[in-house]
Write a protein that binds this ligand. Structure first.
Ligand code: PLP
Length: 399
């Protein structure tokens, strides 16, 4: 048997996982090696939107595994074509490029935006505007977009041409988005920062300036996409049409898949040989993702997310009245940020997470002062109530 100490022995120490090792999962529950049961308010990190080992997805993956695993992009495959067609039917997109992860989608999105600018305007139009506290992944371009010392120190030199601006600050946008801007890369709701929504005035100003300067809008919905916010994608709520959208996480419910969604107009800049990915669009992940999209894009499914959000938030507000532990309870669908007040902040997020594990509850953190909840979108009302009780016990034990 392998144990947690094997992690320290064999795995690059960039993570510090919990002491227990999960072994199996079903729906909203996870069991560890010792058969301890956990209610899952994390879904990976907003990934398993249909719950663990969803029966349709298991069936689909089993069936596909007997037919075709891989052939390379020298050949097209049916699952990828079916999935691309479905996503184009359900969103603004007219062209899709499949990736294996969110960061790979961001990387390809920036390449596409720069290629569009250089093809249609000039090589000088190459600047990318990104925002403080954003998170776009861990590749070189993705950490450069974040720009913070915490993410970039020791990894330089960083890719150039990136301009940082404070998130939600309208002042100064006019100067930073100019004729040299190829694209603005933005999360409409910053996930890793603690579920922080962009203000509508901020988005409207970006929209206006991008249009004026022929700059593309690249929306990173790696975490917010595929039903998490109660919309198939959050851009629908913001009434903004992206030129390029990055998706991943929830797309495969745990199968590694991401995508760049874009328009016919933008896609013309990307010709044969301009980009690629060995596993991007592989039949296994695409067959599962097709079933995910079919389910999540149903209006009734998305409405159920909003309904459960209301219950969740009212229970969390009640909890907060009792303990006064959060300065803010923020949500976008079943994506919730609980900002800790100073009374409890010194407990450290790690302690709160450990205490939750002891109560049989899996939760997440975001930023350095926020608890993040992202349960399966299929979670039942009973499980929400049970989980909030477990959260209360984990907090009250520490307080
Ligand atoms: C908004 C956003 N973009 C990009 C990424 C990177 O995705 P991945 O870890 O799949 O590379 C993440 C991951 O958390 C994310 O939240």
């Amino acid at each position: 048997m392998v144990t947690r100490s094997d992690f320290n022995k064999y795995i690059l120490p960039v993570y510090n996982p919990a002491k227990f090792i999960p072994k199996k999962a079903k729906g909203s529950y996870v069991w560890d090696q010792n058969n301890n049961k956990y209610l899952d308010f994390a879904s990976g990190i907003a990934v398993s939107n249909l719950g663990h080992c969803h029966p349709t997805l298991v069936k689909t993956l089993n069936a596909q595994s007997k037919n075709l695993w891989h052939l390379s992009n020298v050949l097209a495959n049916e699952p990828a074509l079916k999935l691309a067609k479905l996503i184009c039917n359900k969103t603004f997109a007219e062209k899709i490029f499949f990736t294996n992860s969110g960061a790979e989608a961001v990387e390809g999105a920036v390449k596409t935006a720069r290629k569009y600018a250089s093809t249609n305007f000039s090589n000088k139009k190459n600047e990318i505007v990104a925002f403080n506290d954003a998170f776009h992944g861990r590749t070189m371009m993705a950490i450069a977009l974040n720009g913070s010392k915490r993410m970039t120190e020791g990894f330089g030199p960083m890719p150039g041409g990136i301009k940082q601006h404070p998130f939600n600050q309208v002042d100064g946008l006019k100067k930073i988005i100019n004729k040299n801007t190829a694209a603005v890369v933005i999360e409409l709701i910053q996930g890793e920062a603690g579920i922080v929504p962009a203000k509508k005035v901020f988005i409207n100003e970006i929209k206006k300036l991008c249009r004026k300067n022929n700059a593309l809008i690249v929306i990173d919905e790696v975490q917010s996409g595929v039903g998490r916010t109660g919309h198939l994608y959050a851009y629908e709520k913001y009434n903004i049409k992206p030129d390029i959208l990055c998706s991943a996480k929830g797309m495969g419910n745990g199968m590694p898949i991401g995508a760049i969604l874009t328009t016919n107009k933008v896609s013309k800049a990307m010709q044969v040989g301009a980009h690629g990915s060995t596993y991007g669009g592989n039949p296994l992940a695409c067959s599962v993702s097709y079933e995910v999209f079919k389910e999540v894009s149903k209006k009734s499914f998305l409405n159920s997310v909003i309904k459960k959000e209301k219950l969740f938030i009212s229970l969390l507000n009640d909890l907060n009245k009792k303990y006064n532990c959060f300065t803010a309870v923020r949500s976008a669908g079943l994506w919730i940020g609980l900002e800790l007040n100073s009374k409890i902040e010194n407990l450290t997020l790690q302690n709160i997470m450990s205490s939750a594990y002891d109560e049989g509850l899996m939760i997440l953190k975001a930023n350095n002062n926020t608890l993040r909840l992202a349960p399966a979108l299929t979670i039942s009302e009973k499980e929400i109530k049970l989980g909030v009780k477990k959260l209360e016990k984990s907090l009250s034990r520490l307080l």
